[in-house]
Design a protein around this ligand. Structure first.
Ligand SMILES: [Zn+2]
Length: 112
């Protein structure tokens, strides 16, 4: 699969994730999706990311802000049902809540 094909597949799956969240009456807003190299360097410099290998640079990752009952959620546990659903969509999908380093519950990526 070419990178462009992976990006398009990722985008469709993000649509399914948004629909799932909506059906659970979860509210989502976008945080980061694509990041260019300069943005990623700033993230690493400020400790918000630990890698220049981020899937955000490849347009294969998205971060969401989650609201439940109108309340913004900061704990990764709140995102877990979405993480479980995300991983069910494709064996190459990874949820940031499983990452040991940052515990990035709002991060969803396609590893393919
Ligand atoms: Zn992210």
């Amino acid at each position: 699969m070419t990178l462009s094909e992976k990006q398009r597949k990722f985008t469709v799956m993000v649509g399914e994730l948004i629909r799932c969240a909506s059906q659970m009456e979860y509210g989502l807003t976008f945080s980061w999706a694509y990041r260019d190299e300069e943005a990623q360097k700033r993230m690493v410099a400020t400790g918000l990311s630990k890698t220049m290998q981020s899937k955000h640079l490849e347009r294969l990752a998205v971060d969401f802000n989650l609201f439940i009952g109108g309340v913004y959620q900061t704990k990764k546990e709140a995102y877990e049902p979405l993480g479980v659903y995300w991983k069910s969509l494709d064996p190459q999908n990874r949820w940031g809540g499983d990452f040991q380093s940052l515990g990035d519950g709002n991060h969803f990526e396609y590893g393919g």
